[in-house]
Design a protein around this ligand. Structure first.
Ligand code: AZC
Length: 812
C-alpha cells in the first residue's frame, strides 16, 4: 500500500541532494528561518525533523501492517523510560547518518556540534527505566507489535552536580527548548478520575458507580521507536496531565486573585510535573500514587480504544492483548481493568477476572523488602475508593482459594493477603500483581530463584508454573555500535559484516581472533583511544569504573575502603612498583537517602585529598564526573578496563551495567550476585575476578549474628582504613560512614573486604601481563552475546507473551 496515495506527498529522497533539499525545506517551512540566519539550534531541530520524517514514513507503514493483521499486541506499562539521546540513534536506525553529515555542512555545522544539543529525556531513575528503553528497542527490532506507555514528566531525573560537598540536585527541564522527536496526539486525550465516592447499583452485587471528585485530563504524545535493520517503527506513548477548562476560575482571575484562580489547574498538572527521584521517601506519597493511577487509567483506555478498532466484544481481548507491568508501579491496572469491565462494560465478575488475569504479566525488579511497594489503605480509600473495594473483593476470593488449598493455615492467609495488617493496614502491590497476572518473572536466574524461595515463596508454592525467569539484556546498538564506534568497526571487520548487531551471539566468533597478536594490539589501542576521548585520567592507567545508582547494597563504600587501602600502601612504600589506576565513580543518590549522599560526599573528599598528595597522586586518581546519565554512560563504558559489580550477594536483582561493560571488553570484579553469575558462566571463570560470600552464605552470616567489629579487630589493613575515615581528616561525613560500618554494616561490607582486596591483587597481576589482559577482554566481549535485549525480548515473546512478529513491507 502506498500511504502517500491521495495525500499528494512525494516520496522522501534517498540521495544526499534530496536529503539536503528536505533539510532546507524543513528549515524554511517548519523552523521559519533561512540558511543565512540558521543557528546551531535551528540546524539541530531541522535535522531532527528531517530524520523524523523518514521514520514517520516507516511508522505509517508499520501502523498499516498492524491494522491489517489485527495481531496480538504487547503493551509495556512503565513509570520510567531512560531513552537516551535520540538523534544519533535515529540517524543510525534510519540509515541517514552519512546523508545528514553531508547536508548539515551546507548549514555550516558538523554533526557532532548538533549531537551536543540533543538532550536525553531523563524519564527514569536507573536500571528499571533503562531496561524499559532497551526492551522497546528490541521489540521493534524483532517486529513485535508493541506500544510502551509512560508518563511525560516535565522534569526528569534531577541534574546532579558533584563538588567536595557532595551531591547537589537541580531540576531537569529536559524539554526546555522543545522536543523535536515527539508527536502530540491531543485527539486521544483521556479523562482520569480521582477521589469521590461510590454508589451501589440496585440489583447488582458487584457493580458500583464511582463518582470521582476530581477529573484530570491525560494528553498523549509519542516518540518513535524504530527497529534496527527492519522496517518496523513502534511508539512509546507518554501522558501529560492537563487541567480541564473548568478548573480555571475565571471569576477569581477577574477579581485579581491570580494564584487562587489557577490553583486547581496547577494541582492537576502537578501529576506529571516531576519524576519521583526515590522509591522510599515518605514525601509526596499520594502524588506518587496519583501518578501511577494516571498512567494506568489513560493507558488502559487507550488500549481498549485500539482493541476496538478491529475487534468487537470481549471474547478476544485477552487473546489480542498482553500487558506487561514493569515492576509494581503500574499494578493498579489490575483493579482498573476490573472496574472498566465490571462497572462500565457490565461483564460478570468471574468473566472479567478471567480476562484480567490472562491479560497481565508482572516483572519484579528487586529483592529488597523496602522496595516492595505498599500503600496505606486509608490513602487508597480517599484517592481511589472504588479500586479499594475491588481489591477487597479480589482478596476475599483469593484468600478463599488459599484456604481451600491449605485449610486452617491462618498464618499463611495473613502472610499472603493483599492487605497487610501489621500496624497501619496497607495494600501490598506485589501481592496484587502476583494474584492478578498470568506470569511473574524475575530478571536474572538467581533473582528469580530467590523470589521463589524467599520474598514470594508462598505464592510460588501455590502457583509454581506462574513463576519464570527472563534474564535482562541491553541494546547492542546503543551500547556498542553508537557508544563504541571504533570497537564496532573492528568487530565488523573481524566477523566480516554487521550481522552481529542483530544477532549478538555471533560475537562468539571473535574467540578465534583472541590469539591473533595484531587483532589484540588493535583491540588494546581502541581501549586506549576511548580513554583519551573520555579525558578523565591517564589513558595508560587501569581504568576502574563503578557506575550505577548509589545505594548501600551496591557497596560503593567497599570500593572506597579499597581506595583508602591503596592510598595507605602507596604512602607506606612510595618507591613501590605501583600500577597507576584511575578510579571512576559515577551515579546519583536519591535526594532523601542521606547515607548514600554521605558516601558520595566522602568519595569526593577523598578524591581531593589524593589529588593533593604528591606521593600518591602519580599512581592513584579518583574521579567523579557529575550527572551520570545514559549519555555519560555511553562515554565511560567504552573506556573501562575493570567493571565493579560488588553488591552484597542476594541484593542486586540483575544489573545491566555489568552486561554493557562486559560487552565492551571490561573485565568484571564481582560477587555471585544478579546477572554477574550468568556473565561469569559465559565468559569463563578465568576471565572474571570473583570474590565474596554467595547469597546463602550472606544470609547465614546475618542469622549467625554478624559482628563487623570482629573483622575490624582481626584485619590490620581494614582497621587502618576505617581509622583513617573516622580520624576526622574527612570531617563528620567520614565519621558517620565509619560509624555505620562498624556499628551495624547492613550489607556485610567488612566481611567481604579481605576477599575483595585479594581479588584486586589478582586484577593487578593480570594487568601486568598485557597480552593476558587483552585476551580476557576480547573473550568477555566474545561471550556476552547472550546479554542482548533482543534475546531478552525473544524469551518474553516465546514464554510469557506468546506473540509472533508482524513483518512490515519495504517501500518499493
Ligand atoms: C533495577 C535493579 O536494581 C537492577 O538490579 C536491575 O538490573 C534493573 O532494575 C532492571 O531489571 N531496579 C530498579 O531500577 N528499581 C527501581 C524501582 O528503580
Amino acid at each position: 500500500m502506498d500511504l502517500r496515495q491521495g495525500t499528494g506527498l512525494r516520496k522522501l529522497g534517498k540521495t544526499a541532494d534530496e536529503f539536503q533539499q528536505d533539510l532546507l525545506s524543513n528549515l524554511f517551512y517548519r523552523r521559519g528561518t533561512t540558511v543565512e540566519s540558521a543557528s546551531a539550534r535551528d540546524a539541530y531541530e531541522t535535522l531532527s525533523l528531517t530524520v523524523r520524517d523518514r521514520l514517520a514514513e516507516r511508522r505509517a507503514r508499520t501502523a498499516a501492517a498492524h491494522y491489517a493483521s489485527n495481531p496480538r499486541w504487547v503493551y509495556y506499562l512503565s513509570a520510567e523510560y531512560l531513552l537516551g539521546a535520540q538523534l544519533e540513534q535515529n540517524l543510525l536506525y534510519s540509515g541517514t547518518g552519512d546523508l545528514a553529515a553531508e547536508a548539515v555542512k551546507a548549514l555550516g555545522f558538523s554533526l557532532e556540534d548538533l549531537e551536543d544539543l540533543d538532550v536525553e529525556p531523563g524519564l527514569g531513575n536507573g536500571g528499571l527505566g533503562r531496561l524499559a528503553a532497551c526492551l522497546v528497542d528490541s521489540l521493534a527490532t524483532r517486529d513485535i507489535p508493541a506500544v510502551g506507555y509512560g508518563i511525560r514528566y516535565d522534569l526528569g531525573i534531577f541534574r546532579q552536580i558533584i563538588t567536595e560537598n557532595g551531591q547537589t540536585e537541580l531540576p531537569d527541564d529536559w524539554a526546555f527548548h522543545g522536543n523535536p522527536w515527539e508527536f502530540p496526539a491531543p485527539d486521544d486525550r483521556q479523562a482520569v478520575g480521582f477521589y469521590g465516592h461510590t454508589e451501589p447499583i440496585p440489583g447488582s452485587e458487584t457493580r458500583k458507580i464511582w463518582v470521582p471528585g476530581e477529573i484530570v485530563l491525560g494528553e498523549p504524545s509519542h516518540m518513535l521507536v524504530p527497529g534496527y535493520g527492519t522496517e518496523t517503527v513502534n511508539i512509546v506513548r507518554l501522558w501529560s496531565a492537563k487541567a480541564s477548562e473548568a478548573s480555571f476560575d475565571l471569576s477569581r482571575f477577574s477579581a485579581g486573585q491570580y494564584a487562587e484562580a489557577v490553583q486547581e489547574a496547577v494541582r492537576a498538572e502537578n501529576i506529571s510535573k516531576v519524576l519521583y527521584p526515590d522509591d522510599s521517601t515518605e514525601l509526596g506519597r499520594e502524588l506518587r500514587l496519583k501518578q501511577q493511577y494516571f498512567l494506568v487509567s489513560c493507558s488502559l483506555r487507550d488500549i481498549v480504544r485500539r482493541f476496538r478498532l478491529r475487534n468487537e466484544g470481549w471474547d478476544t481481548f485477552a487473546e489480542k492483548t498482553v500487558i506487561q507491568l514493569n515492576d509494581t508501579h503500574p499494578t493498579i491496572a489490575i483493579p482498573e481493568l476490573m472496574r472498566l469491565l465490571v462497572d462500565e462494560y457490565e461483564l460478570e465478575w468471574d468473566r472479567a477476572w478471567e480476562i484480567t488475569r490472562k491479560t497481565f504479566a508482572y516483572t519484579c525488579h528487586t529483592l529488597l523488602p523496602e522496595a516492595l511497594e505498599t500503600w496505606p489503605v486509608r490513602m487508597f480509600e480517599k484517592l481511589l475508593p472504588r479500586h479499594l473495594e475491588i481489591i477487597y473483593l479480589i482478596n476475599m476470593l483469593f484468600l478463599r482459594e488459599v484456604e481451600a488449598r491449605f485449610p486452617g493455615d491462618h498464618d499463611r492467609l495473613r502472610r499472603m493477603s493483599i492487605i497487610g495488617e501489621e500496624g497501619e493496614r496497607r495494600v501490598r502491590m506485589a501481592h496484587l500483581a502476583v494474584v492478578g497476572t498470568e506470569a511473574v518473572n524475575g530478571v536474572a536466574e538467581l533473582h528469580s530463584k530467590l523470589l521463589r524461595e524467599t520474598v514470594l515463596d508462598d505464592f510460588a508454592e501455590l502457583w509454581p508454573a506462574k513463576f519464570q525467569n527472563v534474564t535482562n539484556g541491553v541494546s547492542p546498538r546503543r551500547f556498542i555500535k553508537i557508544a563504541n564506534p571504533r570497537l564496532s568497526d573492528l568487530i565488523t571487520e573481524g566477523l566480516g559484516g554487521e550481522g552481529w548487531l542483530r544477532d549478538l551471539d555471533r560475537l562468539a566468533e571473535l574467540e578465534h581472533l583472541a590469539g591473533d597478536a595484531s587483532f589484540a594490539e588493535r583491540w588494546q589501542s581502541i581501549k586506549r583511544a576511548n580513554k583519551v576521548d573520555l579525558g578523565l585520567g591517564d589513558p595508560d592507567s587501569l581504568t576502574d569504573v563503578m557506575i550505577k545508582r548509589f545505594h548501600e547494597y551496591k557497596r560503593q563504600q567497599l570500593k572506597l575502603l579499597h581506595v583508602i587501602t591503596l592510598y595507605h600502601r602507596i604512602r607506606a612504600n612510595p618507591g613501590g612498583d605501583w600500577i597507576p589506576r584511575t578510579i571512576l565513580f559515577a551515579g546519583k543518590a536519591a535526594p532523601a537517602y542521606h547515607a548514600a549522599k554521605d558516601i558520595i560526599r566522602l568519595i569526593a573528599t577523598v578524591a581531593a585529598r589524593i589529588e593533593a598528595d604528591p606521593v600518591v597522586s602519580p599512581y592513584l586518581k579518583v574521579v567523579f564526573p557529575s550527572n551520570y546519565n545514559v549519555t555519560l554512560a555511553e562515554r565511560i563504558i567504552p573506556a573501562a578496563d575493570l567493571s565493579e559489580q560488588i553488591s552484597l550477594a542476594g541484593k542486586e536483582a540483575s544489573g545491566t551495567g555489568n552486561m554493557k561493560l562486559a560487552l565492551n571488553g571490561a573485565i568484571t570484579i564481582g560477587t555471585l550476585d544478579g546477572a554477574n553469575i550468568e556473565i561469569r558462566a559465559r565468559v569463563g571463570a578465568e576471565n572474571f575476578f570473583l570474590f565474596g560470600m554467595d547469597a546463602y552464605q550472606a544470609a547465614q552470616t546475618r542469622i549467625n549474628g554478624y559482628d563487623p567489629r570482629h573483622f575490624y579487630e582481626h584485619d590490620a589493613e581494614l582497621r587502618a582504613a576505617l581509622d583513617t575515615l573516622a580520624s576526622g581528616i574527612f570531617g563528620d561525613v567520614g565519621h558517620r560512614v565509619a560509624g555505620s560500618l562498624l556499628g551495624w554494616d547492613e550489607y556485610l561490607t567488612l566481611a567481604d573486604y579481605r576477599g575483595y582486596i585479594e581479588a584486586q591483587e589478582e586484577v593487578e597481576r593480570a594487568w601486568r601481563e598485557p597480552a593476558r589482559w587483552t585476551r580476557m577482554s576480547i573473550l568477555n566481549t566474545a561471550h556476552s552475546g547472550f546479554f542482548s535485549a533482543d534475546r531478552t525480548v525473544a524469551d518474553y515473546a516465546a514464554r510469557i507473551w506468546r506473540v509472533a512478529p508482524v513483518p512490515v513491507q519495504h517501500e518499493d
